[in-house]
Design a protein around this ligand. Structure first.
Ligand code: NAD
Length: 249
């Protein structure tokens, strides 16, 4: 028996490091997964991998900042699987532009992909969760949403907004048995960070800041997401869960 048997999950950014790990683990635990990404070819590869191991998955090309795309993804998921129990808002981009070089366009791009996307996902999924009698929303923030950080103003601001939107949603929809929690990854080895850790100095700095001195793996995040998605966390809502090797300790 799987920990997500009979559940239907939408996971965004599932062609990338953490989103793909979430998709593989959720499917292994019995969920039917609707997975989305801007990268259409890669998302279909993840669908094929899940199906090859006996899981149930459907893939969509989606820009998470597009309202039209959210309406389509939610409608088609409900048409295919009948309901939505779990939403993992994982897709995101980094932005390390030095503050004085920032443009309004660059600022707004980060905000729309990292924050507006979550507002839209929740707006279109929550009515289906209410209809189904409840649900679990997991928003992927960052340790940058808990602490300040050098040289990443828009990213840090966006991830702080994700944290607080999560708390507001948890309070507003608890009456419908909808839980909403955020995960705050530390430094995780994914396509987003691969170049960063080729830099020896960066690696040394990171190890000096992290009590468990290894990079996180996408699977470390997926294990936390699985717990928050499953009924094992049915009395947990509005929390922020750092998965960061102790960086924030
Ligand atoms: P990743 O780059 O491997 O994956 C992100 C995925 O999101 C990619 O597949 C990309 O195509 C997709 N994406 C980007 N813009 C999109 C858009 N507009 N619409 C739809 N899909 C889009 O990165 P990751 O490290 O797996 O990051 C996942 C989440 O974790 C992000 O929100 C990121 O900010 C957060 N995070 C990552 C780290 C880290 O160390 N890797 C640390 C803290 C937080």
């Amino acid at each position: 028996m799987g920990r997500l048997d009979n559940k239907v999950a939408i996971i965004t950014g599932a062609a990338g490091g953490m989103g793909k790990a979430d998709a593989l683990l959720f499917a292994k635990e019995g969920a039917k997964v609707a997975i989305t990404d801007l990268q259409e070819d890669k998302i279909q590869e993840v669908v094929a991998e899940i199906q090859a191991s006996g899981g149930e998955a459907i893939g969509f090309k989606q820009n998470v900042a597009s309202e039209e795309d959210w309406i389509r993804v939610v409608d088609e998921t409900v048409r295919k699987y009948g309901k939505i129990d779990i939403l993992v808002n994982n897709a995101g981009i980094s932005n390390a532009t030095p503050f004085m070089d920032l443009t309004v366009e660059g600022w707004e791009k980060t905000m729309s992909i990292n924050v507006t996307s979550i507002f839209l996902g929740q707006k279109y999924v929550i009515p289906h969760m209410i209809e189904a009698g409840g649900g679990s929303i997991i928003n992927i923030s960052s340790i940058a949403g808990l602490t300040g950080g050098s040289g990443a103003g828009p990213y840090t601001a966006s991830k702080g907004a994700v944290r607080m939107l999560t708390k507001a949603t948890a309070v507003d929809f608890a009456q419908h048995n909808i839980r909403c929690n955020s995960i705050h990854p530390g430094y995780i080895e994914t396509p987003m960070t691969i170049d960063l850790f080729k830099n020896e100095q960066m690696m040394q700095w990171f190890q000096s800041q992290t009590p468990l001195p290894r990079l996180g793996k996408p699977e470390d995040i997926a294990n936390g997401a699985l717990f928050l998605a499953s009924d094992e966390s049915s009395y947990i809502t509005g929390i922020e869960l750092p998965i960061d090797g102790g960086y924030y300790a």
